[in-house]
Each structure stands twice: as C-alpha cells, then as structure tokens.
Design a protein around this ligand. Sequence first.
Ligand code: HEC
Ligand code: HEC
Ligand code: HEC
Length: 459
Amino acid sequence: MNKFAKLVAALLVLGIVVLALIIFVPASRTAPVSSLPANFKAAEGHGEYVMRLADCKACHTAEGGKPFAGGRAIESPFGTIWSTNITPDPKNGIGGYSLDDFRAALYDGIEPDGTHLYPAMPYENYRNLKEEDVRALYDYFMNEVAPVSEAAPETDLAFPFNQRWGIRLWNWLALGDAGHPDLYDDAVLNRGAYLIDGVGHCAACHSPRNTIFAQAGETAEDSDYLAGGVIGNWPAPSLYGKGSAPEKWSANDLAAYLSTGRNSHSAVAGEMTQVVGESLQYASDEDMHAMVTYLRHINGKTTGGPDQMTNLATDAGNDADNSIAAASSKRADLSGETVQLLASADPAMPLGARLYLDNCNACHFVNGKGAHGVFPALDGNALVVSDTAGGLIDVILHGARMPSTDKRPERLAMPGFGDRLSDEELAELATFVRQGWSNDASAVTADDVAELRAAGFAH
Ligand code: HEC
Ligand code: HEC
Ligand code: HEC
C-alpha cells in the first residue's frame, strides 16, 4: 500500500470508530448549574407558574386531549414530530424519571435511555433554566399532574432524519453552556433576559436559524438575536432593532399585547395567540414588567416601574367604547394617498382597493388604523408587511380569533374570506394591503394564495 492509500484507510477506520462511539456511547448529561439542598422545596404554586411561562402544556397537550398526555403534531421541515406524554404515568409518561433524568431532557434533550430528542422540544432554550426552576418543575410534574396512561403517537421521520444519533453532532455544534449568566447590574434586566431567553423561549420562534438550523444569536450583542424567524408559512416578527415592536411601541402597549393579545396597534394571531392565551397572560406584574423592560432596554428605550405601567385590568373595560369613538374621529383624517383613493369611491379604482372597501373597511377603516384593542391596525403592521406573506394570506383565508385572558376575556374574531375571494382576488387584496398607507412590501401572487389554500388551516 502506498502512503496515500494508508492514510485513507487510517482515516476510514478512525471515522468508523468515531461513528460507533457517537452511536453507542451514551451522551453525557449536564450537571446542575447550582447545588441546592436535597430537601429544597419551591414555594407553593411556583412549579405550576414556571410550567405556564415555559408553555409546557400547549405543546404537550393534543387538541381536545388530556393535559400533558402529548399527541400534538409539530410540523418541522423534516416531517411531523409528535409531542410526548409527560404526565407521571410510569409506562406512557415520565413517572419513572429521576430529577437528573428530567434535567437531562430539559438541558441536553436526552431521554433516560440516551435517546436524543428532536429540538422541536426547545431544550436549546430550557438549557438556560436555573436549578430552582428545574426542581420546581420536577416537583410539579411528579406531584400535581394527573397521570394519563395513554401512549402518544410515535414520531416517524424519513431517513436520514430518523437517525437520532445525528442530533448528538448537532448538539455539539448548537448548544452553549447551561444556565443563564447575569449580564446586567440590574436585577430587573437580568430577570427579564432570563425569562425571554430561557423560560419563555421567545427565540425558538423569533430568532432566525443559522446554517445548521440552530437559533442564531445568543445575546443582544449579536445582531441576529431575536431578529425575526419563520414558523411554517408564518413570520414571527423581529423583536430587536429599528422598527421592531419593542422599539416602536410604548411600554404599556407592549405589556398589553403580551398579556392580553391586543393593544392600540395590533392583535395576536397565529402561534402567538396560544403563547399569550396559555402562557404569557399568567406572568405576574413584576415578571411582565421585567420582560417589557428588558425588550425595551436592548432597543435603547427605558421603562418606568411596574406602577407606571397602566393597570391592564381596569383599562380593559373602557377600551372598547373609547376606541370606537377614537376610531371614528380618526376616520375623519382623510390625508394620504391610500385614504383618498378609498374615500373617493371612484368606480375605476383598482380591484385590490375595491375589495378592501367591500370586505375590510368596516373594521379596519379607510386609514388602515383599526380601533384600539378591538381591530388591529394594518398600516405598519409587522405581519402585513413581512417578507413572508403567509401569515397575512392565512388570516384573510381563515380569519383569526384573539385569546381569552383574565384581563380581556372577549375573544374578538375576524371572519375568514376564503370562500368569498378567489386566489386572484385575494392576491390583489393582499397586495393592496401590503402596499397601502405607509406600507411598502412586495406583491402577493395568486400562486402564493393557491399554495396556502391547499395547505389548509395551519394552527
Ligand atoms: C414547542 C413545543 C414544546 C414545548 C414548549 C415543550 N416541549 Fe417537551 N417535547 C416536545 C416534543 C416535540 C417532544 C418529543 C421530541 C422527540 O420525540 O424527539 C418533547 C419531549 C419532552 C420530554 C421527553 C419525554 C419523553 O416522553 O421521552 C420531556 C420530559 C419534556 N418534553 C418535558 C417538557 C417540559 C417540562 C416542558 C416545559 C418546561 C416542555 N417539555 C415544553 C415539545 C415541546
Ligand atoms: C410558537 C412561536 C412563538 C413564540 C414561542 C413566541 N412568539 Fe411572539 N409571535 C409569534 C408570531 C407568529 C407572531 C406574529 C403574530 C401576529 O402578527 O399576529 C408573534 C408576534 C409577537 C409580537 C408582535 C410583533 C409585531 O411587530 O407585531 C411580540 C411583541 C412578540 N411576539 C413577543 C414575544 C415574546 C416576548 C415571546 C417570548 C416570551 C414570544 N413572542 C414567543 C410566534 C411566537
Ligand atoms: C368584522 C370585522 C373585521 C373585518 C370585516 C375584517 N377584519 Fe381583519 N381583523 C378583525 C379582528 C377583530 C382582528 C383580530 C383577530 C386576531 O388577531 O386574532 C383582525 C385581524 C386582522 C389581521 C391580523 C393582524 C395581526 O397583527 O395579526 C389582518 C392582517 C387583517 N385582520 C386583515 C383584514 C383584511 C385584509 C380584511 C378584509 C378582507 C379584514 N381584515 C376584515 C376584524 C375584522
């Protein structure tokens, strides 16, 4: 054998050995980030509270299914991944998990037998959790959740994605240190950053993905941190930088959006509806204040104390009446090209504008500003002007419904127009909305609409 052939053979053997190690030697588990006494007990209710903010229930409960029994389908670019049963049932759930097993699922994405979980389980983010919160969660799942002895459907992706050992390589590349460092001299900012990055896992949707499909950007030092992501056909708008909601909205508006799903600009639709309805509405005033303060801080804005943020509960009752009055006075403002075009009622007006007058104007108005807390503004709306038009098309096709929250229980809804508008008409209308008022986004084609119509209701 010549030298070259020897080298190739040696590399081949080495490769096989490494592969065998990856496949057969179990992945190591990350140790706790701090040590707590064995008899540590979280405050009453804290485990359930962390579960809410971490939104475990939304993903681990099927539509109409028993809480935490799994079976919710999560669509990934590689196929459908089913969430698992995480009730304390010993056979079908996690009843046999030790605390270390539980932490390994949250930090390392591994099951007790070493099987790797797909990162559809957001362990990239839960890896930031503090040991106090891991312990509180563990106690909650073991003692307060009712066991359900039903097996969740098995995830069965096509080759090569069914080779879960490959995830180990991905983990090496994608995961940083466990725990969440305090980067600020300010306890409120540190708490806010921890909730956003760790428990609330906002980056799972709101950060772009890098070349290996990991969440890009770790801290506000990185320009792609929370810079906007795409889930399925929906945009999750940027939370960082010029023009992002935390940069342009007041602290009150941001808090109202996150805790009630509506504010004077916008309303939640798509996956964010569930995030507010199942998770963020349960945040304490202090924690909501910390998240808002942090999101504003990284965008160069300051926020007053929690007492300076409007009391959302008392504000809620008056909003609907006030806002209709405010909206009709706003309607009198007839400056601007789009407003004049719509107000002219010119029979020769382009199809998109005419369809807007016929179908949308009654609620979103000629100025595209909607009504505070009732009808979202379409002018300057991140969902409307996103490069990914799928969210806008989906809302027009199927409508949307706000979540019910303690502070704002009304589930105000927008009807779907899929039955009434053809693909061509819907494309003209969506293009009009994307380019009307101050909006300046690309046109939508009938093919874009046809594709989403065929995909059906996405959430
Ligand atoms: C965005 C959706 C999502 C959220 C939120 C989520 N999970 Fe998961 N989780 C999954 C999916 C999907 C799987 C299964 C992944 C797989 O099969 O590889 C999973 C798997 C697990 C497992 C392994 C279970 C088993 O049966 O082997 C545990 C434990 C777990 N999750 C606990 C939690 C806890 C606790 C929370 C909240 C702190 C949580 N999950 C939040 C999607 C989610
Ligand atoms: C499961 C995916 C998902 C998660 C997790 C998520 N979001 Fe969202 N978020 C979305 C989507 C989709 C939208 C767009 C909704 C719309 O426009 O109606 C959105 C919209 C928003 C908006 C409005 C942006 C704008 O410009 O209109 C804010 C603010 C926001 N999210 C904050 C958060 C925060 C803070 C967290 C974490 C605590 C979070 N989101 C977690 C999917 C998600
Ligand atoms: C009957 C009143 C009504 C009509 C008519 C109506 N909408 Fe809406 N629209 C709403 C309400 C209420 C919401 C908030 C629902 C939600 O976000 O869950 C909404 C939400 C939206 C959103 C999502 C905004 C966001 O930030 O998530 C878009 C886009 C939208 N409407 C566009 C349109 C278009 C285009 C038309 C005409 C085809 C239209 N609407 C007709 C009431 C209406």
